[in-house]
Design a protein around this ligand. Structure first.
Ligand SMILES: [Zn+2]
Length: 206
């Protein structure tokens, strides 16, 4: 009996360690691939969740409301993923998006989580308000999420996502221009990669 109890405890402990990241089985591979680029988030609770509709966006990373007030180490996040999204009059289904593009998309959202992790509770609240009401703040946040993803080595996926949005998906110009306005361009991404590699080269010389 005692042995069973110990085994159960070990199991529960193992399970709770594994349960930091919760995601739907249908995108398990994509989530795991994206998370592998962010070792700092290994112990940060993040729940990935499909939602039937998200206002004006396809995915959204956000802290759990109450955990904002608990301090950084106890913070929990969720990444909401729209099951489908409508651009102009066409409905697109997330499940039909190529795997590599989805990984890039998730990598961008995890970039937001990294950004949040660097902020105090007070700063995070100000940031949230800024994002809602100021275009400039929103642009800064989106570019910062892209930057985190590239610094973490996800450029191939981020570029696949960009290419999909800008060239492959057949989205209308108005949407494409919005993306161009708020996010990093492929050229800026390549510059970041060069910078990252130069830094790595210099630190190897030391
Ligand atoms: Zn974003």
């Amino acid at each position: 009996m005692k042995l069973y109890f110990i085994l159960l405890l070990i199991f529960l402990n193992f399970y709770s360690l594994k349960a930091q990241h919760i995601y739907p089985e249908s995108i398990a591979n994509e989530v795991k691939t994206a998370l592998a680029y962010y070792p700092e988030l290994a112990n940060v609770p993040i729940e990935f969740k499909f939602k039937s509709k998200i206002k004006k966006s396809t995915m959204q990373a956000q802290p759990h409301f109450w955990s904002v007030f608990c301090g950084k180490s106890k913070r929990k996040y969720k990444v909401l993923i729209s099951e489908n999204f409508k651009i102009a009059d066409t409905v697109y289904y997330t499940k039909n998006i190529p795997s590599k593009v989805l990984i890039g998309w998730l990598g961008h959202e995890l970039g937001h989580v990294m950004d949040y992790q660097h902020r105090s509770s007070f700063n995070l609240i100000g940031f949230g308000l800024g994002y809602l009401f100021s275009e400039k703040a929103m642009k800064k946040a989106e570019r910062s999420a892209d930057t985190f993803a590239v610094i973490h080595g996800m450029e191939d996926y981020i570029l696949a996502t960009k290419n999909f949005i800008l060239n492959e998906a057949g989205f209308p110009d108005i949407y494409i221009n919005r993306i161009k306005r708020y996010y990093l361009s492929p050229e800026e991404i390549m510059l970041l990669v060069e910078e990252r590699e130069e830094k790595a080269r210099l630190s190897n010389l030391k």
